[in-house]
Write a protein that binds this ligand. Structure first.
Ligand code: 5GP
Length: 205
């Protein structure tokens, strides 16, 4: 994908890591506690969970609709995760070629994050690690809905994904949720006050 995005002075934060490390809980907390940041709402072909609503966590579409969007290059990135398709539409990152008025948070898998980091060089990347492999296994094997082979497959996939952590600018180990939230907040705040983001015309205002 060669499309370049006019992100301007607004920041794009990519939060990634294996499934089950608590990315969405972390991101949800950031949305509630940090001003001027919004979540990019992805399209997915998976069915909504009981607590999810259309347009809030995701936009739920059929496989055919997803393929149609892919064909017209509607996605900045997309990936298949555990048998379902997920994609970030360009429309979440820009509007008629104009940037949005707030920073953007992307909660996406490792394959999608890789695509975003190579397309949008200005993206700030954050990898979330589990407390340990043992705890990750406990979480995955505790999901009664998954068959033992599926649990094993997800555990292997998570370990393969964890090998990608060096490609990210920041790494947060989610041992304690409060601490991890503070760390992600600190990344966002520090990135916001980087001198390079300051408009020189605003210095002596
Ligand atoms: P869940 O179905 O549990 O909400 O999400 C499964 C995985 O898909 C999570 O790792 C989540 O970060 C990832 N994901 C959610 N939206 C997107 C997206 O638009 N693109 C990609 N590549 N991954 C996504």
């Amino acid at each position: 994908m060669s499309k370049q995005l006019a992100v301007g002075k607004k920041l794009l934060f990519v939060v990634s890591g294996p499934s089950g490390v608590g990315k969405s809980t972390l991101c949800q907390n950031i949305l509630e506690t940090v001003p001027d940041i919004r979540l990019s709402v992805s399209y997915t072909t998976r069915k909504p969970r009981a607590n999810e609503s259309e347009g809030k966590e995701y936009r739920f579409i059929s496989q055919e609709e997803f393929e149609e969007k892919k064909a017209v290059h509607a996605f900045a990135e997309w990936a298949e995760v555990h048998g379902h398709l997920y994609g970030t539409p360009w429309s979440e990152l820009e509007q008629n070629g104009q940037q949005f008025q707030s920073d953007i948070l992307l909660d996406i898998d490792v394959q999608g994050a890789h695509q975003v980091m190579s397309t949008l060089k200005r993206a700030v990347s954050v990898f979330v690690l589990p407390p340990s492999l043992e705890v990750l296994w406990q979480r995955l094997s505790g999901r009664a809905t998954d068959a033992p082979e599926e649990q094993q497959r997800r555990f292997q996939k998570a370990q393969d994904e964890m090998k990608h952590y060096p490609e990210y600018q920041y790494t947060i180990r989610n041992v304690n949720l409060e601490q991890a939230i503070w760390e992600l907040r600190a990344v966002i705040m520090a990135e916001r006050v980087r001198t390079v983001h300051l408009d020189p015309a605003q210095v002596f205002r």
